[in-house]
Design a protein around this ligand. Structure first.
Ligand SMILES: Cc1ncc(COP(=O)(O)O)c(C=O)c1O
Length: 401
């Protein structure tokens, strides 16, 4: 697929876009923030207006819509801002991050096609590929999350989509996104990526030749653990397929949720700086503990993905993995997780509250790494010294176990 034309348009700096982007859809309102426009039915001035709006819909022109499914101005303020941030053509939102991954795949794949998926992909996305896609005649196979040129040998004549997740959200392998997208493009294979960790602020995959970029907006974009949402941003080549898929499946989100996601984006830069600063302090403390074998976090100079992170991303979020020494796993890890009082033991990440969970990566082509001795921290916005005190409590319990 060709690199998107819109990737070439001049951009404001991203932090300015976070504040000032996405305004065109709600032009004419005096308030800083858009109104929450709820609605299914749109009233038309006359038959000519009905015809004109139908024509616009058929020809996919932005502007007034003829039915609520196609988005109120509140939705379009969010979609426009996501497209600006991701340097994409158009964006859409669906009810969860998982739905963003699965709908992007449904859009790009047909019966008889094959999809190549990174072995590090989010577990439920992997299960969709293994359990659901074959029911619709789509074959799936996995490739190593650290593979480079080797993937060339894995393309089949019917491969239509290469799926990436960089870094992987449990084991944090960085992928060489521009190189992989280029290898795929040369074969006429489209590329999709789960870009949740980097957020639209710190990485723009469509500028690297990727066709579809998805976010679990549930995480940093919404940022407060109070809703689920996924976004999909497309280049011009992939948008018609995504558009057809979401409209025929009837997939949209409520205007209230679109508003919350838009509000989340406005403060994303400030929150991410704090998430990262807290993550770095926690990592510094963790690395000084003899039970910690290594930390999985691409911004660390010692991380195998550090060179790619430095080359491709302009910042980092606050999610990282901690690998314990082999003799510190199992029951001892569970004692640590049970002992913390401030960190929440809960799934998801990117909210204002810190979370700490044991994780067990699933893998198809290599042995699942770090079994029983890997845990993951989502650094929240609490005072970091309180969080370190909480980790001390956890490590005391680990040592006693
Ligand atoms: C990398 C990644 N992608 C997608 C998702 C799915 O997001 P949601 O929980 O909104 O379905 C998650 C959730 O944890 C995730 O970690």
């Amino acid at each position: 697929m060709a690199k998107d034309e819109s990737a070439k348009r001049p951009q404001r700096r991203r932090e300015t876009l976070l504040t000032h982007g996405g305004k065109a859809a709600v032009a004419g309102h005096d308030f800083v923030n858009p109104p929450i426009v709820r609605g299914s039915t749109v009233l038309h001035a006359n038959v000519a207006d009905m015809k004109e709006r139908s024509r616009r819909y058929r020809s996919d022109e932005p502007g007034p819509v003829n039915y609520g499914m196609f988005g109120t101005p509140t939705h379009h303020a969010l979609f426009d801002l996501m497209s600006e941030l991701e340097c994409g053509h158009r964006s859409w939102a669906v009810p969860s991050g998982l739905a963003a991954c699965t709908m992007a795949m449904m859009a790009m794949l047909r019966s008889g096609d094959h999809v190549l998926v990174s072995d590090s992909a989010y577990g439920p996305t992997r299960r969709f590929c293994i359990d659901v896609l074959p029911r619709y005649g789509v074959q799936c196979s996995f490739y190593s999350a650290t593979a480079g040129r080797e993937i060339e040998a894995l393309f089949r004549p019917n491969t239509r989509l290469l799926w990436l997740e960089s870094p992987g959200s449990l084991t944090f392998e960085m992928q060489d996104v521009p190189a992989l997208a280029e290898l795929a493009r040369k074969r006429g294979v489209a590329t999709g990526i789960d870009n949740t960790w980097a957020t639209p602020l710190y990485f723009q995959p469509l500028r690297c030749g990727v066709d579809i970029s998805v976010h679990a907006a549930t995480k940093y974009i919404c940022g407060h653990s109070d809703m689920l949402m996924g976004t999909v941003t497309c280049n011009a080549a992939s948008w018609p397929r995504l558009r057809e898929t979401v409209f025929t499946f009837g997939l949209t989100v409520s205007p209230d949720d679109a508003y919350v996601a838009l509000r989340g984006l406005r403060s994303l830069g400030a929150r991410l700086r704090q998430h990262r600063a807290t993550a770095e302090r926690l990592i510094e403390w963790l690395l000084a503990q003899s039970e910690v074998e290594r930390i999985l976090y691409p911004p660390l100079a010692t991380d195998p993905g550090n060179a790619l992170w430095k080359r491709d991303m302009t910042g980092a979020s606050g999610l990282f993995g901690i690998v314990l020494q082999p003799n510190a796993g199992g029951v001892r890890l569970e004692a640590l997780v049970d002992a913390v009082q401030l960190f929440g033991r809960g799934y998801s990440w990117g909210g204002h509250e810190s979370l700490l969970i044991p994780v067990s990566p699933e893998r198809s082509i290599v042995a699942a790494p770090y079994q029983g001795r890997l845990f993951r921290i989502s650094a929240g916005l609490e005072d970091v010294d309180d969080l370190i005190d909480d980790l001390k409590r956890g490590f005391t319990a680990l040592r006693a176990a």
